[in-house]
Design a protein around this ligand. Structure first.
Ligand code: HEM
Length: 179
C-alpha cells in the first residue's frame, strides 16, 4: 500500500483559523466581563466574585476593543482570501459543513455590525436602526456570542469524530489519503 498525501488547507486558511480561536475566546470572555458590569445583571456575592468577573467594565472593554480589531482584520483576510482563491466554494466539505461555515461567517459579520451599533448608536444611527434599534442590536450581539459557543462545541465534537487525519490537516495543511 502506497502512502498518499494531498494538500487540503492553505497556509493562509490555517493561520486565519488558528489566530481566530484564541481571539474569539478572548472576545467572548471580555464580552462577559462587560455584561456582568451592567448593574441590572450584577450578581454580588456569587461565584462571579470568586472568579473576578464582576465589576470589570474598563478591563472588559479594553480587551474587547483591542481584540475586536484583530478579529475584524483576521476575518477580512480570511473572507478576502476565500473570495479571491475560489475557496469560498468550500470544495472539501459536504453540504452541512458548508452551511455551518457560511453560517459562522455570517454570524461574525452580524457580531461586528451589532457591536458597532451598540458602541456608537448615535453616530451610527442608520446602522443601529437596521437591527431595530439599540436594544435589539444588543440582544442580537449577545445571542451571537452564545451562537459562537454553540458552534464551537458542535465543531470540536465533529472534529474529534472525524479523527486525527482531519485535525492534523488543519495544522500541517496535508491530509493522508486512503488508496
Ligand atoms: C479547539 C478549537 C478548534 C479546533 C480543534 C478546530 C479544528 C478544525 C478542523 C480540524 C477543521 C478542518 C475540518 C475538515 O477538514 O473537515 C476546521 C475548519 C474550520 N473551523 Fe475550526 N477548530 C477550532 C475552533 C474553531 C473556531 C472557534 C471557529 C470559529 C468560530 C472555527 C471555524 C472553522 C471554519 C470556518 C472552518 C473551515 C475552514 C476552511 O476550510 O476555510 N474553528 N476546524
Amino acid at each position: 500500500m502506497k502512502l498518499q498525501i494531498e494538500q487540503k488547507h492553505s497556509l493562509m486558511v490555517r493561520w486565519n483559523h488558528w489566530v481566530n480561536f484564541p481571539v474569539l475566546t478572548l472576545m467572548v470572555w471580555s464580552g462577559f466581563l462587560i455584561y456582568w458590569a451592567s448593574p441590572e445583571y450584577l450578581l454580588p456575592g456569587s461565584w462571579l466574585d470568586a472568579i473576578g468577573w464582576n465589576y470589570q467594565l474598563a478591563k472588559g472593554m479594553a480587551w474587547h476593543f483591542a481584540f475586536g480589531i484583530l478579529f475584524v482584520f483576521n476575518g477580512c483576510l480570511y473572507v478576502g482570501y476565500l473570495l479571491l482563491s475560489g475557496q469560498w466554494r468550500f470544495p472539501h466539505y459536504h453540504g452541512l459543513q458548508r452551511l455551518a461555515y457560511w453560517g459562522v461567517i455570517g454570524m461574525a459579520l452580524c457580531a461586528v455590525l451589532t457591536g458597532f451599533s451598540i458602541f456608537k448608536p448615535v453616530q451610527l444611527s442608520g446602522l443601529t436602526a437596521m437591527f431595530g434599534g439599540y436594544t435589539p442590536a444588543r440582544v442580537i450581539h449577545f445571542l451571537i456570542a452564545w451562537g459562537f459557543i454553540f458552534f464551537f462545541v458542535v465543531h470540536v465534537i465533529q472534529v474529534a469524530r472525524a479523527g486525527w487525519n482531519t485535525f492534523r490537516a488543519m495544522i500541517t495543511g496535508w491530509e493522508k489519503k486512503d488508496d
